[in-house]
Design a binder for this molecule. Structure first.
Ligand code: PHE
Length: 341
């Protein structure tokens, strides 16, 4: 019997309740007419006289503990209920704050680039991420043996005929030239894919914004002026640009565009590696072969194209040193870009 008393005492001490109904149910189960303690009392009547003293004391202690526990729980449950009621009634209580999301820094910068060029009359054009060889390479004057057509550089979905993930959004420019007659002025944002090992400065998925302007008499000087306008709007009024000769299959002549380092003002720091300049995009005059491939007369029309990586612009603008941060979606990183944009 000692064992039963001990066991019930342990359960009484551990019992917890959230509602008054639960406390009452417990009371009946232990102290009620058919309750467990009542049954023990009954059993007590028939124990040997020499055990009565000790067992009687234990039973009494159990009964007191049960009554005390029930009283405590009743009080506790009641307090909780009135606190909850007071909580509801207090209309001056501050509301719970809604956690607001924020735009991803890549979206912020992409939107800003689009906005700047839309002020120059560019409209947004979009296209598919899964493309064919024609729109990504052939129509853009890539030679058949160009390394970008290699599995090492491009993700192929099917071969012969080739279906692949676009490696640049120049494919959208081809689609625009095929569909529309000049004058053309489009800006082409989108995700692009390249078969690169992921590191702090390269990723196999990234974002580009490319642009294309075709009309009669469009010159290299027009391009320089448009890109200077962009650089000043993006990086600040005092920004200057320089163009370095470069090569792309689809433009001739071609150039890389550098902006003066906005962090050191061109004096040289560790972000611009002491040069005072930061490379931000490629550009050039659309190659006559490209115009012709899309049915535009190169004798009548000329144009320029440019393309930039959004991650790169965002890194320079915000001083982010590791490209991978843009893809990990760590809220501690993302919350630094909270913005109304
Ligand atoms: N398509 C080029 C790239 O992905 C960028 C570019 C666009 C260069 C237009 C020149 C003209 O790197």
């Amino acid at each position: 019997m000692t064992g039963k008393i001990e066991e019930l005492l342990a359960r009484v001490e551990q019992f917890n309740a959230k509602t008054a109904a639960e406390v009452e149910e417990f009371r009946i189960r232990i102290l009620g007419k058919k309750g467990e303690l009542t049954a023990l009392m009954e059993e007590f009547k028939s124990v040997a006289p020499e055990l009565k003293r000790e067992l009687g004391q234990r039973l009494n202690a159990l009964k007191n503990a049960a009554q005390q526990r029930i009283a405590d729980l009743r009080e506790q449950v009641q307090n909780a209920a009135s606190a909850a009621a007071a909580h509801i009634e207090d209309k001056s209580r501050p509301g719970t704050a809604e956690e607001l999301g924020s735009r991803h820094p890549i979206s912020l910068v992409k939107n800003e680039i689009i906005e700047i060029f839309s002020r120059l009359g560019y409209t947004v054009a979009e296209g598919p991420e899964i493309e064919d060889d024609h729109h990504v390479f052939s129509a853009l004057n890539f030679a058949p043996e160009h390394p970008a057509r290699d599995m090492q550089d491009t993700f192929f979905i099917e071969r012969n005929p080739d279906i692949l993930l676009r490696t640049h959004t120049s494919s959208i420019q081809v689609r625009t030239m095929e569909r529309q007659k000049p004058p053309l002025r489009v800006i082409c944002p989108g995700r692009v894919f390249r078969n690169e090992a992921i590191s702090y400065r390269a990723h196999c998925i990234f974002h580009q914004v490319e642009g294309l302007y075709i009309d009669e008499g469009v010159s290299f000087a027009d391009m320089k002026q448009s890109l200077l306008y962009f650089a000043k709007e993006m990086f600040g009024e005092n920004t200057v640009i320089r163009l370095r000769p470069s090569y792309f299959p689809f433009t001739e002549p071609s150039a890389e565009v550098d902006v003066s380092c906005s962090l050191c003002g061109g004096k040289g720091c560790n972000v611009c590696k002491g040069t005072g300049w930061l490379e931000i995009m490629g550009c050039g005059m659309v190659d006559p072969n490209v115009l012709e491939a899309s049915g535009i007369d190169p004798k009548r029309y000329s144009g320029f194209a440019f393309g930039m990586g959004v991650e790169r612009i965002a890194m320079l603008k915000y001083g982010v040193r590791d490209l991978r941060l843009y893809f990990e979606n760590d809220v501690r990183f993302l919350h630094q870009f909270d913005s109304a944009l």
